[in-house]
Design a protein around this ligand. Sequence first.
Ligand code: BES
Ligand code: ZN
Length: 593
Amino acid sequence: MARTDPHSYFDAAQPRTVHAELKWDVDFNAKVIRGVAALKLESPSAGTMDLDSRDLLIAKVATSDGRPVPFSVAPADPVLGSRLRLILPQDTEAVVIDYETSPGAVALQWLSPEQTRGRRQPFLFSQCQPHHARTIAPLQDSPVARITYDAEVTVPDGITAVMSAGPQGSRAAAGNKRLFKFHMPQPIPTYLVALAAGDLASREIGPRSRIWAEPEVVEAAAWEFAEIESMIKTAEKLFGPYEWERYDMLVLPPSFPYGGMENPRLTFLTPTLLAGDRSLVTVVAHELAHSWTGNLVTNASVEHFWLNEGFTVWAERRILEALRGAAYASMAQALGLAALRQAMSRFGENSPLTCLVTKLEGLNPDDVYSEVPYEKGSLFVTLLEKTAGRDVWDRFIRAYIARFKFTSITTDEFLVFLEHELPGLAKEVQAESWLYKPGLPNNAPLPKSHALDAIQNQARGFSGGRKPSTDEVTRWAPDQLLLFLQGLPRPLPKDECAWLAEELNLPNGRNYEIVVEWLSIALASGYEPAFPAAREVLSEVGRMKYLRPLYQAMASTPRTRAMAREIYAATQNKLHMLSRQVVESTIKEYPPD
Ligand code: BES
Ligand code: ZN
């Protein structure tokens, strides 16, 4: 047995899938996908082959030339789901599996028309990372088992289907349906298989980029993300050629649980990025950067997730530094550091979950998701860059990507390559303690600048009565304001909340980072004038990053604890399963009085 990933039944000693042909019929009424997955093997094989599945109804398995394939579905493991074991007859070239998903498939969220902007059509979207692709198709669902894929997706007339693949046109199909075809020629980890379907419109916004969204928001989205081509060009200069032909983006309905998801050729984005001033395009820079770090060079398992996210946060900030200057990038680093410190104190400084390389057997990756691999990872890469020197490091990064592109690697493989290219560097920066020890090493390259110090001092002095002047405040960029708010103590006295609301015009902001930071201060301070706005955000938005601090602020304060439960009870039906889990675990920490 050669299992390499604690979150998959994939066995490297068994036959391996190299290509999937997916035929999916999307049934919005039953909330299921009825499908056929034809998995083509690397070479004709026989014997045992284990696939991942969860909540799938497997109707039939046969070889591509029609011979029956005996199979068994094991009882579900709470983290991994059900092992689907196939016994392949001699010379099996491909297996063809007829199956159906369940309405509870974790990777899928089904929205009623009322949960969309246009309220005309239902909407469906997938979120497969980290280990949920197995809820929409039986697969070797580990990032080391890369596949190419073709798909034919049938949806009701009036609905448009998009995927993380090249679109190959559509045609009318029987029963008032439409069939959309897709082709993904580059090998990807299965967590990057993605589908969305709904009332979608699109606009070209660059020579290789198009924005998809509901018709009501497509114009706003086209404006917000208009810088995309200059971002791609900047990234290509830093990291090498863009290998995925198109970089399109899809703006989802507000219940999308993440800020962004780097589905290849079609990044998925939360509509909360539409601030109206391009102040949140950092998330786009991040998802774009994954086109190199993450999608070309992929973590071999979630235990090496920092290889995806740490490198990508570092890369995102290099793109932003090139486009907006060093001051902007250091502000982003400072915000990141604050998030890292919070995450570390949530786990405890000595928790193994604050290591970059983690041991996650038996744990659900969604439960341990945090800023640690992002921000500690990015600090580590920044330290390598500073120690090697920028020119040397930039050459290394391009060599690293060229060497490992379209493969999935472990931290050890990275370290071997690093030692080969830049001997001694790992030792010099104490890589061992960064990777395998908890907490933040004391050689961390912490962001420093006058602008930063000034804002943090102002935040610290605020409650002592030193208020920034109106003049100053109006000159602050969104990130400066955010940093200021983050630095404020809480709870704050009511009159100071009122001062913030008034002087900073907070109730009218459209930047969700700022809105949510303000509301979490207001909630933690029991500042009632802000309660209706908090309720509104919580009944609109499903991004987990925003739900956690708002519910945390409410639930940790006895006066608003009941309100937290009441808002959740009223809104949970609209939330994604993952978002629900986050809210429930946040509220659970504070039992009712
Ligand atoms: N790949 C992640 C999202 C993800 C991670 C989904 C793990 C499921 C499991 C994506 O690239 C991401 O990091 N999104 C961030 C954006 C931010 C760091 C700029 C988010 O959603 O907040
Ligand atoms: Zn990411």
